[in-house]
Design a protein around this ligand. Structure first.
Ligand code: HSE
Length: 438
């Protein structure tokens, strides 16, 4: 049988890794797919031949991405350019030309996925995006297929390798934020714009996709609450540690009677949870299903070969399904497209979590009582309070508090009032806290 012909857009970190894996494992992949797979045409504006093995097996390399998506010989287009434009136009053109698409582009799927999937359905082609979430970890396959029997209750994931790498190095080695970020960029983990990593936007793209797959709702990136790690301080990492917690940058989505939570933020989690011990560039996604209970998926969330592993697995899936009736394929968002639900995504003010608070206050009688009183008036129950030593010559002391679960709106109101107290100095630090105990 003729090889399946691939058009490859982009020869950067993941594009190069994809060429390497397809070439190195060609025979094994063909045994699985039932057909040989050949990159007929790759388009890239620039690439480093020294970093990519297997370039010699590519039929043609040019800088003409439009020619790749229009090439009648090509069956599957792999989009590894990243970003919104021209990736969106090229993907839609490929679909329009009847080609299946494999992409690692989480920004594109999270923000334009509804439109892309609708176009693919009209044309009867597949769009596969395993590499868009958690790199090499097959979490999309697990949610769409392996857990299809379950009501998913919640998901909590470390889904940005760069952020996890930075938090881990800061905690373990006391390294400087900027220095660790530069290392992540040099290793090819970070996004082209690294603020996407440290401000949580990349994780929010991925969480948006996970939330849709878990609960069968349309992609709604704009409703995902996003807070990054750039304001995490070494003292909070240390104090969380003393209390038995680790700070991780989590993407959390949960089904509640009122709606669906979609939130990315730094989170204190008990250090004894497996996921609290996921360090460095590794990713992990904890999924709680009603039948299966908690399940954990772990692996490399970024980097050339791990991400290529997911890209090539998608190519194999598409090749296996080339001759199937489009209505019998696994739906893009796990649920049949006419079965997607309009369950609302909750605003952050309506979300309930527990909190870690650090309040810098004058060390004088009545201050703690005043703060505790305001929390009490908002229905906030205190789980623990710890007063730390003041810095030399300072009359203010850090008060560390852990609270029970409360609506974010109540906490906002309480913190506004506490912040306004004359005895409180500096900005109150608030980090959300989750038990992740099912
Ligand atoms: N910048 C991303 C990360 C790459 O650090 O996880 C994979 O999406």
């Amino acid at each position: 049988m003729e090889p399946v012909k691939i058009g490859l857009l982009g020869l950067g970190t993941v594009g190069g890794g994809t060429v390497t894996v397809l070439t190195r494992n060609a025979a094994e992949i063909a045994r699985r797919a039932g057909r040989a797979i050949q990159i007929a045409h790759a388009a890239a504006r620039a690439y480093d031949p020294a970093r990519i093995s297997g370039l010699g097996d590519i039929g043609r390399i040019s800088d003409d991405a439009a020619a790749v998506v229009a090439d009648p010989e090509i069956d599957i287009v792999i989009e590894l350019i990243g970003g919104y434009s021209p990736a969106l136009e090229l993907v839609l053109a490929a679909i329009d030309n009847g080609k299946h698409v494999v992409t690692a582009n989480k920004a594109l799927i999270a923000t334009h996925g509804n439109e892309i999937f609708a176009a693919a359905r009209r044309r009867g082609v597949m769009v596969a995006f395993e590499a868009a979430v958690a790199g090499g970890v097959p979490i999309i396959k697990a949610l769409r297929e392996g857990l299809a029997a379950n009501h998913i209750e919640w998901i909590a994931g470390i889904i940005n390798g760069t952020g996890n790498f930075i938090l881990t190095e800061m905690r373990d080695k006391g390294r400087d934020f900027g220095e660790v970020l530069a290392e992540a960029q040099a290793r090819g983990y970070a996004e082209a714009d690294p603020t996407f990593d440290v401000e949580g936007i990349d994780a929010a793209h991925k969480l948006t996709i996970l939330g849709s797959l878990a609960f069968g709702i349309p992609l709604q990136f704009e409703k995902t609450f996003t807070e990054g790690i750039s304001r995490i301080q070494a003292q909070d990492v240390a104090w969380a540690g003393e209390l038995g917690y680790r700070i991780k940058h989590l993407g959390i989505t949960r089904r509640t009677p009122a709606g669906i939570e979609m939130r990315v933020h730094p989170t204190l989690i008990p250090h004894r949870r497996l996921i609290a011990n996921v360090d460095g560039v590794m990713n992990a996604v904890l999924v709680k299903g009603d039948a299966v209970g908690p399940t954990l998926y772990y692996g490399a969330g970024a980097g050339a070969l791990p991400t290529a592993s997911a890209v090539v697995a998608d190519v194999v899936d598409v090749v296996r399904a080339l001759t199937t009736d489009p209505t019998n394929r696994v739906p893009h968002l796990a649920f049949q497209p006419d079965e997607l639900s309009d369950t609302p995504v909750l605003p952050m003010e309506a979300v309930e979590t527990a909190y870690y608070l650090r309040i810098t206050a004058l060390d004088r009688p009545g201050v703690m009582a005043r703060i505790a009183g305001i929390l009490g008036e908002q229905g906030i129950s205190i789980e623990a309070i710890n007063q730390k030593e003041p810095a030399a010559g300072d009359t203010h002391v850090p008060l560390i508090m852990l609270t029970h679960r409360v609506r974010e709106a109540n906490m906002n109101e309480a913190l506004d009032r506490i912040q306004a107290l004359e005895a409180v100095a500096g900005e109150i630090v608030r980090i959300r806290m989750e038990g992740l105990d099912g």
